[in-house]
Design a protein around this ligand. Structure first.
Ligand SMILES: [Zn+2]
Length: 437
């Protein structure tokens, strides 16, 4: 059996791993490279396999950096089966659809014509959903998903064939307020593990940072704009704000959300609320939240003064409705932008978090932001180093471990730590290098 890491070896995006067995080839994840132009261009590199030969894609979760290359494979002739959990199918369909619309709309996009809506529709017809812990057969191997935390539906993959292999997918936090903690990594011969925060122990508390932001907006009568990813982060924020208002009605101020994709993701989170830690709070929060749907609502909102809280996307200010909010309140020193998430290099969110105040959108429009900017590291949905170590606590020290999905320094630090605590076979995954298992 052979393994080839095709993406997520140089940074945290483009997850795609080829598993070659005597009976055929499968992929674990099929994601897009995201970020600066140089990173996005990597999507155009020729694939080291013929998509028509791929029997199945095992999808760990819906995020674009894990699912966003699927329609491209379909466009190139892939017609195998895509296995994932039910929430992942619904979220992946939403994310792939959004991606296809962006690629179709943007004239000068590097990935123009990479795929179209039609490819997403064919891709959707190839999905087969599985429950957590349900075993299914692919190429004579038995495969199952186990909860990975992270976002709704996210899974680690356990493959039991000639060898036992575990793909961690993105491992979530052990104390996420909304998503249940991941199941521990099972005993395995080979483990492919993400290392986004392999080199870091994260500080900060989500609830505390969010409530101090809400209190500040109320006390100082500000307009607070929260930049949020439409999937997962937004539903967490909406639920926590709702919960806080229930416990502290005296702190309640108007709070609205704006974003068509966010609204769609809300429906999926509501449908699968039983799979979360706070089913009732989540359902109530999503039912009661005030949504900005129509132009006239926006027209009235933009004249408003604080206190007011708006959640809108994108999470890294790299497009989306947030631009109209930043433009509207750019000269208001009483406005406050909150960036509760990772801000990739090259994005406007990164520039703002580093103190720059003039930002440019994709069409070159510039905004000079005069208000405050607050950032937080607490909101990431990835396990940190301690949590990753705890996740693999039960596995044998002779397990063959491959590290992927991390910045080079994170992988190095994680490798050092793993060797320090006694793991003997730790390898940093190499792009396109074939390894025998
Ligand atoms: Zn993810």
């Amino acid at each position: 059996m052979k393994i080839k890491f095709i993406g997520a070896t140089e940074d945290v995006t483009g997850s795609m791993t080829l598993l070659e067995c005597p009976a055929g080839k499968i992929l674990i994840d099929c994601g897009l490279y995201q970020g600066t132009d140089d990173v996005v261009k990597k999507n155009l590199r020729p694939l080291p396999f013929d998509p028509k030969e791929i029997v199945a894609i095992i999808l760990t979760h819906a995020h674009l950096d894990h699912s966003g290359h699927i329609p491209r494979l379909v466009k190139l002739g892939f017609r195998g089966t895509i296995y994932c959990t039910k929430p992942t199918l619904k979220l992946a369909r939403l994310i792939m659809t959004d991606s296809a619309h962006i690629l179709e709309k943007a004239e000068n996009h590097i990935l123009k014509s990479f795929y179209e809506m039609e490819d997403v529709m064919i891709a959707t017809s190839l999905f087969k959903t599985k429950n957590f812990h349900e075993t299914f057969e692919v190429l004579g191997m038995s495969i199952s998903f186990q909860p990975a935390g992270h976002i709704l539906g996210a899974a680690s993959v356990f493959i039991n064939g000639e060898k036992k292999i575990v793909f961690s997918g993105d491992v979530g936090r052990f104390n996420d307020p909304l998503i249940n903690p991941p199941d521990k990594c099972p005993l395995t011969d080979v483990l492919v593990i993400e290392s986004t925060y392999g080199g870091k122990i994260r500080k900060g508390n989500i609830e505390e940072e969010l409530t101090s932001f809400i209190k500040k907006i109320k006390k100082e009568s500000k307009v607070g704009i929260i930049a949020s990813f439409a999937v997962a982060r937004a539903q967490l924020l909406i639920t926590l704000i709702h919960k806080f208002y229930q416990l502290h009605p005296e702190e309640k101020i108007r709070f609205v959300i704006d974003g068509p994709m966010m609204t769609e993701a809300n429906k999926i989170y509501k449908e699968f609320s039983q799979d979360t830690k706070l089913p009732e709070d989540l359902r109530n929060a999503l039912e009661e939240v005030e949504v900005i749907d129509h132009v006239r609502e926006w027209d009235s909102l933009k004249k408003k003064e604080g206190p007011l809280i708006i959640i809108t996307s994108s999470g890294m200010v790299s497009g989306g409705r947030i631009w109209r909010y930043l433009e509207n309140w750019q000269n208001d020193t009483n406005a406050c932008l909150f960036l509760p998430g990772y801000q990739a290099i090259g994005t406007a969110g990164r520039a703002l978090s580093e103190g720059k105040r003039i930002i440019h959108d994709e069409e070159g429009k510039s905004i000079h932001w005069s208000g405050e900017v607050l950032s937080s590291q607490a909101f990431s949905s990835h396990a940190d180093q301690n949590e990753l170590l705890s996740w693999i606590n039960d596995i044998d020290k002779n397990t063959n471990i491959y590290l992927n999905h991390g910045e080079p320094s994170s992988k190095e630090l994680f490798k050092e730590k793993l060797i320090e605590i006694g793991f003997r076979n730790v390898t940093i995954a190499n792009n396109n290098k074939e390894q025998k298992l």
